[in-house]
Write a protein that binds this ligand. Structure first.
Ligand code: ADP
Ligand code: MG
Length: 439
């Protein structure tokens, strides 16, 4: 085994929720990044991946456990560890060249040497000719190159890439990824290990020597898949397709935890949600789109997940959220890595009364929505401020997740015509018909 560069041992991190209680974002995270490897980290949004990277970069401290860099405890940021963020985070008033030089300047490097180092990296990363440009004059892809150049110019041993390609369109992202791999393999950069957070399973399989699957609540490494295929890899090859299948399988394997946040797809045994659980981030159009796709040729009600993924425009992370929603609501279920329409799901696709069917499933399977409806029915005016429900959700969820769960509940409930929502006032209202019924 090659030398460890960064080691996390039983790392834990807590953040305070709005009600002041501590919430475990990471717990018992064990991970070693070794010389010569690229590791990919996959997991649902909110599972703590960015938090883990920030701890590794020394930007924030772990509350529990140990972080070692070259065998020594890591204190603060280390020169040899650099992070590339998804948001380009460039200084808008500085040229490309100045943005790239910034870190070197902070180290007190003389201007000529800075310029020389920057020019070399700018050339490597395909930004030649843009030295004098301002960030706003660049396309998204070019801006992300600047973000990467800014990390590479520091000649880091360890590069941490946090969804660095995911804000880019597919082709631009792929190209940039391939270029980074080339730089890495040809030894043109001194980087000794790379950790990439991705929400794209194919990207992870194409790049990494190991794929880690992260679970949420609290975040921890749940599964690992070593990948020994040689680079460069072909996305269409049978080996790569097989590995993508395997990653799907690992992501969908039951985590043995309740709720929709286990890190993969929920299995049937777990589908009973409770009031304060998070809800899958799935919009109605996507849910109906996937149901229709599943019902049609060539699937006829049963699909291999990677095949289904190929047929949609959704990212893997989005697709998993949509599938979780469909499973929760009783429209689909999961067996052996395949997703199947339920009898109800089949009827739904053909039905002219989708809204009513949807509403029934919501009331039965989403306690938050049932609770809102119950509250509205009890209330004389039939109006309730959303804050009421947010407060409740904050007992079990972070502020951000509480907000997200309520947004989903409102969108779904409006579609099912269970209630209305005033976007200006944030008030949830009984739908008009029901008000008349009640009076
Ligand atoms: P990921 O990168 O996997 O999407 P993050 O690491 O960004 O997840 O966040 C994990 C959880 O920690 C989220 O619920 C987020 O709201 C919470 N969190 C992250 N940073 C903070 C912070 N500074 N204060 C409070 N909560 C935070
Ligand atoms: Mg993140």
């Amino acid at each position: 085994m090659s030398t460890p560069i960064v080691e996390l041992k039983a790392v834990g991190k807590h953040f305070r929720a709005a009600d002041g209680s501590a919430r475990a974002v990471l717990e018992g995270v064990d991970f070693t990044l070794r010389e010569g490897e690229i590791v990919a980290l996959l997991g649902q949004s909110g599972s703590g991946k960015s938090t883990m990277l920030r701890i590794m970069a020394g930007l924030i401290q772990a509350d529990e456990g140990q972080v070692l860099y070259r065998g020594m405890p890591l204190y603060g940021t280390a020169r040899g560890i650099r992070m590339v963020f998804q948001s380009f985070a460039l200084f808008p008033w500085l040229t490309v060249q100045k943005n790239v030089e910034l870190g070197l300047e902070a180290q007190g490097m003389p201007p000529e040497e800075r310029a020389r180092r920057a020019a070399k990296v700018i050339d490597l990363i395909g930004l030649s000719g843009f030295e004098g440009a301002l960030p706003r004059e660049l396309s998204g892809g070019m801006r992300q190159r600047v973000g990467i150049a800014r990390a590479l110019v520091m000649e880091p041993e360890v590069l941490l890439m946090d969804e660095a390609f995911s804000a880019l369109d597919v082709l631009t992202g792929e190209r940039l990824r391939e270029e980074i791999l080339e730089l890495w393999q040809s030894g043109q950069i001194p980087t000794k290990a790379i950790l990439v957070v991705s929400h794209n399973i194919e990207e992870a399989v194409m790049m990494a020597d190991r794929v880690l699957i992260f679970a949420s609540d609290p975040g921890r490494v749940r599964a690992e898949l070593p990948i020994s295929l040689q680079q460069p890899r072909k996305a269409e090859s049978a080996e790569v397709r097989h590995l993508i299948d395997k990653v799907y399988e690992l992501m969908t394997a039951s985590s043995g935890r309740r709720g929709a946040g286990g890190g993969g797809l929920i299995s049937e045994r777990e589908v009973k949600l409770q009031l304060g659980d998070r809800l899958p981030q799935a919009d109605i159009a996507h849910m109906e789109g996937i149901l229709e796709l599943l019902a049609e040729e060539p699937f006829h009600g049963r699909a291999d997940l990677p095949k289904l993924a190929e047929e949609t425009e959704l990212t893997d992370a989005e697709l998993l959220e949509v599938l979780n929603a469909l499973i929760l609501l009783g429209f689909a279920y999961l067996t052996n890595g395949d997703i199947l329409l339920t009898e109800l799901g089949g009827r739904y696709v053909k039905s002219g009364e989708r809204q009513q069917m949807f509403a029934r499933q919501l009331l039965e399977h989403v306690p938050l929505i049932a609770y809102i409806c119950h509250g509205l029915a009890q209330d004389k005016s039939g109006d309730l401020p959303e804050d009421l429900f947010l407060k409740l959700l904050r007992f079990t969820l972070s502020e951000e997740e509480a907000e997200r769960a309520l947004r989903v509940a409102i969108e779904w409930g409006r579609y099912g015509d269970l209630f209305e929502y005033n976007f200006n006032t944030g008030v949830i209202q009984r739908s008009e018909e029901d008000k008349q019924d009640a009076s």
